[in-house]
Design a protein around this ligand. Structure first.
Ligand SMILES: Nc1nc2c(c(=O)[nH]1)N[C@H]1C(S)=C(S)[C@@H](COP(=O)(O)O)O[C@H]1N2
Ligand SMILES: [Mo]
Length: 337
């Protein structure tokens, strides 16, 4: 008898992804800046960060998989196979996913092209109304085959954003370690309150009635992604030569978008960086600032302003309970040229 992993791998290899009724527009050419040391705009699956509690990656056979939608305010329970899910209206979207455990300057963030079905469509099909329309449930609890529970505001997934039940990632079926066969992805919310991998059910309930897995462990029940920006080049402790040095990196405020990125050298003025073209307000943005670097030791600091006009605060806070704040900086020593 084959292992769970073998049957999962075999069912993944046999899976044919549907074509999206609503494809993602091509990534604009200017989204990817041509600066050495800056990563790809779309994170390849093999490089996409992985965060979960699974000691062994769950091997789910797509052929036996079902998703159940039930709970408070559900008028018609749904129980869907994968072909049934794929027969709904399929959309494709670029969405940046961030982990609440990401420290300032950290790399627990990635951007991918997801293929799936809008969760709001399925909730409507089940007769669910959001709280703003008088619905009784304000929390949706996603459960995975390995017992994880993830709580998401019903209002957020039904407010028009592209909250997805995704089965495709960058043109392939979801990799096993990113949640095969199906996971959730919600623009603007940290993974632990939105991105349930290996999902098997969605229960409509309330925040009062139920605490999802991470909540009794000290993490906030509601957690929109905080605006962050990161310097990818030069690296900390680099020794660039005097002259023009490209300071560059990435900034994200998923679902609000990035309006501005500024860079400061030592205690100098904030200088406006050039932004890569915006793909969507749900994706990160690359940025670059050409710096006339003079010899000596310098501290480089970055800050971003999101689409609502809010600038990243200077105060550093811990990742717990709802995501780190503060500005990334690196110290470099510029050598005589
Ligand atoms: N089943 C399950 N889903 C999960 C988790 C988990 O531990 N188990 N971790 C969540 C967290 S904290 C994050 S940040 C994202 C990470 O998704 P990725 O591993 O595909 O990057 O998955 C979320 N979904
Ligand atoms: Mo996370």
């Amino acid at each position: 008898a084959g292992s769970a992993d073998e049957s999962a791998t075999a069912s993944r290899a046999a899976l044919r992804l549907p074509r999206p009724a609503s494809p993602a527009p091509a990534v604009p050419a200017g989204a990817q800046l041509d600066v050495p040391g800056i990563g790809p705009f779309t994170t390849p699956n093999r490089d996409f960060f992985r965060v979960d509690t699974a000691l062994v990656v769950p091997g789910v056979d797509a052929d036996g998989w079902r998703l159940r939608i039930h709970g408070t305010g559900v008028r018609r329970e749904l129980s869907l196979t994968l072909p049934e899910l794929m027969s709904r209206t399929v959309v494709e979207r670029d969405i940046t996913l961030a982990c609440v455990s990401n420290e300032v300057g950290g790399d627990l963030v990635g951007n991918a092209r997801w293929l799936g079905v809008r969760l709001a469509d399925l909730l409507r099909e089940a007769g669910v109304r959001p709280p703003s329309e008088g619905g009784p449930a304000d929390q949706l609890v996603a459960r995975s085959v390995d017992g994880m529970t993830i709580g998401t505001p019903v209002e957020d997934v039904m407010d028009g954003r592209d909250a997805l039940l995704a089965f495709g990632m960058n043109g392939e079926p979801l990799p096993l370690d990113h949640g095969f066969p199906v996971r959730m992805i919600v623009p603007g919310l940290y993974g632990y309150v939105s991105a349930c991998k290996w999902i098997e059910s969605i229960e409509l309930t309330t925040f009062d009635a139920y605490d999802a897995y991470w909540v009794p462990r000290g993490w906030a029940a509601r957690a929109p992604v905080k605006t962050q920006s990161r310097i990818d080049t030069p690296r900390a402790l680099a020794r660039p030569r005097a002259g023009t040095v490209m300071i560059a990196g990435v900034a994200w405020a998923p679902h609000r978008g990035i309006a501005r990125v500024e860079v400061r050298v030592d205690d100098g003025p904030w200088e406006v960086a050039r932004l890569g073209a915006e793909d969507s307000q749900d994706t990160w943005r690359q940025w670059v600032y050409p710096w006339r670097a003079a010899p000596g030791r310098h501290t480089l600091t970055v800050r971003a302003t999101d689409g609502t006009g809010a600038t990243q605060p200077e105060a550093r806070t811990d990742t717990m309970p709802d995501g780190a704040t503060g500005r990334h900086s690196v110290v470099v020593t510029v050598e005589e040229s």
